[in-house]
Write a protein that binds this ligand. Structure first.
Ligand code: ADP
Ligand code: MG
Length: 362
């Protein structure tokens, strides 16, 4: 991105919520909801890669799909180039759909086993263009070149390829209609470690070549550090922290980010001793029954009383750095201890547990 000019926002997500209904009982009545994504806000700048990280089940895929309007969202807004995508008619959505694509985790499951590679990659062209057969095949060959697949294999079937090659097929298909924005949902998680880097490098090269903007979803913090310009950390349906990559990895603000990063192996052994591993106690609460107050309060090593009562506001605490944590709002464990009776100060696990059970739906 050129220096000086403010980055242009391609995608703006505002207080996005995606709640899935839970039906129960003999009458299959709606008895609750899974708050898979529960009020997230972020922007993605033109040409950048925004990493979205967090443990399995925290809502990353749901968030990625909601941003592409593969779901009718519960609440909030997604704007692409300033337009609220919820306002788009089905016809308009069909017209702009090619500009926003998704690359999936499991290339095996997302490719039709009965179609040849050429027909898989060319299918979006059939659906959205009126090109001649010859022009389509030329385009397919060109795409195969771009992702490093041998043209001679155009008439083979997905099962004849390795996992890494299948992911290349998925990427070529996603690129067929010249998208501008691609959600990469754990695109390398199902691949052998030895070929993960190749696919990541390919995504980076394609980004450069075609000026693509990525939302890169992963649970692998080392990989995200490599590819992302900025990183958002999700926990239980919410973004707890979002920051430029180096700021986040060098000085994480949120206790959850600190814990996640402390578990990433440090390649430099001289630094290893300095970083103490933070082990989080307990399990992630159910997204159908998030705790009262801060979502992370049941596991936070620095939990304070206020965290169990009041949800911290997600805000920009310094330029470009966003977090939702009472520690950033002038509350400290020390001031709290001073206010309390001496024996009530420590966050005893038993109390946390009790609180967890009381924690009711918000
Ligand atoms: N279609 C759905 N219906 C009901 N619950 C869902 C659906 N999709 C996802 N969930 C739930 O939403 C939560 C977040 O899931 P997901 O977005 O897949 O997380 P991640 O990608 O971070 O692993 C999980 O608890 C999951 O079970
Ligand atoms: Mg997922």
């Amino acid at each position: 991105m050129p220096d000086g000019t403010p980055p242009r926002k391609l995608v703006e997500v505002q207080d996005l919520k995606m709640h899935f209904p839970i039906y129960g009982g003999v009458l299959r009545r709606r008895v609750g909801e899974v708050k898979a994504v529960d009020g997230v806000s972020f922007d993605i700048h033109e040409g950048e890669t925004l990493g979205l990280v967090g443990e399995s089940g925290c809502g990353k895929s749901t968030c990625g799909r909601a941003v592409l309007r593969l779901y009718e969202v519960t609440d909030g807004a997604v704007r692409i180039e300033g337009e609220n995508i919820a306002d788009w008619s089905p016809e308009h959505l069909r017209k702009v759909r090619p500009k926003m694509q998704m690359v999936f985790q499991d290339p095996q499951a997302s490719l039709n086993p009965r179609m040849t590679v050429a027909s898989i990659i060319g299918e979006p062209l059939d659906e959205h263009t009126k090109q001649s057969k010859k022009a389509k095949l030329d385009r397919v060959y060109h795409l195969m070149d771009a992702v490093g697949l041998n043209r001679d294999f155009a008439n083979r079937y997905p099962h004849e390829f390795s996992g890494g090659q299948r992911q290349r097929i998925g990427i070529a298909r996603a690129l067929a209609l010249n998208p501008r924005f691609i959600v990469c949902d754990e695109p390398i998680a199902a691949l052998d470690v030895s070929i993960q880097a190749q696919v990541v490098n390919l995504l980076e090269d394609l980004q450069e070549e075609f000026g693509l903007t990525y939302l890169f979803i992963s649970h692998d913090l080392s990989m995200v550090r490599h590819i992302a310009d900025r990183v958002a950390v999700m926990y239980l349906g919410k973004i707890v922290e979002l920051a430029p990559r180096d700021a986040l990895y060098d000085a994480p603000l949120h206790p959850y980010t600190q814990a996640l990063l402390s578990a990433v192996p440090e390649p430099d052994p001289s630094l290893e001793a300095r970083t103490e591993r933070i082990i989080l106690k307990g399990d992630v609460p159910s997204p159908a029954k998030p705790p009262k107050g801060c979502n992370f309060c049941t596991r936070c090593p620095q939990v304070m009383d206020i965290c169990r009562q009041t949800e911290p506001v997600y805000r920009e605490v310094s330029p470009g750095r966003f977090t939702a944590c009472h520690l950033q709002d002038g509350h400290t464990p020390q001031t709290q201890q001073q206010q309390q009776a001496p024996d009530a100060g420590q966050p005893a696990p038993a109390r946390r547990h009790e609180q967890n059970q009381q924690g009711e739906d918000k």
